[in-house]
Design a binder for this molecule. Structure first.
Ligand code: ADP
Ligand code: MG
Length: 403
């Protein structure tokens, strides 16, 4: 307890602390307890999905002193399943126990302004953007050397610097006046303004990195978003293998630049480069397992959640090979329980459709309240090719609504 050095391997029955009790924490704690670790989760929501899978669920605010003291007393390492634990909390925990990822890495990923600055300072490619802090654009267009009006020309997206997820905290705009209206709507908080890019594809790379710089990665995932929310992931991505290798190289270099410990997801945009070829831009970083890695539960030797536990404990990393030629994952949002044209009442989807397919796996996160846009679960399908996997997973999700 709080006596392990930064590099010592943490093995069962040691205790792992988790900040946040959503579905990402739930799967990580399930993996941890399967390996024989003890687990404690801190989440203010008594019905947080991870709560039921932890040895102890501390139901308290993230900055609750008594709960942080307990984590410090009981945990050999503390990790996080979301990017927004308060920086002061992570710093306090890190002063006397192992915290992975490092507070400085989380600080970069939890603030779009810090994230852009990190990416630009380290020479990673990003789209043109402007920063609006304290109500004015005072560091505009670092990447492109341009100001707000040129970022906005052709359309832009205003994103709150902090606390956005699943497309929340974002507004699409078409003029500088539109930026100001969006800022007011978003409550005048610090924002980044990004040029709205013509996306050829979206990719993500998930890596796991240990404190002694051992790294593993999964094949590149191809992601489709609807309304800013991940809808579908297909692996391996149907892109030029050279582009996929470049994405993996960038993700590893980002991991090195952050001296990252744990599982890191890097989201990429594929856009037309100057020569018309596919070119990569870094969209954003997630200092944790990622929705686009849920397929690893069913089609990789080691899941991203087991790997998170292994990485933060500093033990050997697992094999990231796929166990099927291709896989697709479709998210199940609360809307599926609230069919349009229905009577507004909650209706359970027809799960038999998924169970009837031996290559499909259903995952539900144990959330009792379906709300539009809320991630309730996902379905995974393995197949011989990415196209087949995608077609099948889409068909299965549609079949959930059949009467
Ligand atoms: P979140 O934190 O909600 O995932 P993102 O910045 O990744 O926020 O945005 C969500 C999605 O919105 C992206 O995956 C992409 O589909 C779309 N998007 C975001 N920024 C841009 C942009 N600059 N140009 C085009 N599409 C974008
Ligand atoms: Mg994103």
């Amino acid at each position: 307890m709080a006596t392990t050095s930064m590099t010592q391997q943490i093995v069962p029955p040691a205790t792992i602390g988790m900040l946040g009790g959503g579905q990402l924490g739930r799967y990580a704690l399930m993996a941890a307890s399967a390996m024989g670790y003890r687990t404690v989760v801190l989440d203010p929501d008594p019905s947080a999905p991870a709560g039921a899978h932890a040895n102890d669920h501390l139901v308290a605010a993230y900055d609750d002193h008594a709960s942080l003291d307990r984590l410090l007393r009981e945990c050999d390492v503390v990790t996080t399943e979301f990017e927004n634990p308060p920086a002061a909390v992570l710093e306090r925990l890190a002063a006397t126990t192992r915290v992975a990822p490092r507070p400085a890495s989380v600080a970069v990923a939890q603030d779009r302004i810090a994230e852009k600055a990190f990416l630009v300072d380290n020479g990673f490619p990003v789209g043109s953007f402007a920063v609006i802090a304290d109500g004015s654009d005072n560091q505009s267009g670092i990447a492109s050397g341009t100001g707000l009006s040129s970022v906005v020309a052709g359309g832009a997206i205003v994103k709150t610097a902090r606390l956005g997820y699943d497309g929340k905290g974002q507004r699409s705009v078409d003029s500088v006046a539109g930026v100001h209206a969006a800022l007011a709507e978003l409550g005048g908080v610090d924002c980044v303004v990004e040029s709205r890019l013509d996306l050829r594809a979206e990719l993500s790379v998930i890596i796991a990195r240990t404190v002694d710089a051992r790294v593993e990665w999964w094949p590149v995932a191809e992601n489709r978003h609807v309304g800013g929310v991940l809808d579908l992931t297909v692996v391996p991505a149907r892109v030029d293998p050279l582009l996929a290798d470049r994405a993996i190289g960038l993700a590893m270099a980002i991991g090195d630049a952050l001296d990252y410990v744990g599982v890191l997801a890097v989201e990429f945009f594929v856009v037309a480069g100057h020569d018309g070829d596919d070119s990569l831009l870094v969209n954003e970083l997630a200092p944790r397992p990622h929705n686009s890695g849920h397929w690893t539960l069913d089609a990789s030797v080691t899941s991203q959640f087991e790997q998170q536990i292994r990485a933060v404990c500093g033990v050997g990393l697992g094999d990231t090979s796929m166990t099927a030629p291709a896989v697709a994952m479709a998210n199940l949002l609360g809307d599926l329980w609230l069919p349009s044209g229905g009577d507004g009442r909650v209706r359970e989807p027809r799960w038999e459709a998924i169970f009837d397919d031996p290559h499909a796996t259903l995952h539900l996160y144990g959330k009792s309240q379906p709300r539009p846009g809320r991630k309730m679960g996902h379905v995974t399908v393995t197949a011989d090719t990415p196209d087949q996997a995608e077609r099948r997973v889409v068909a299965l999700r549609e079949a959930l609504l059949a009467r």
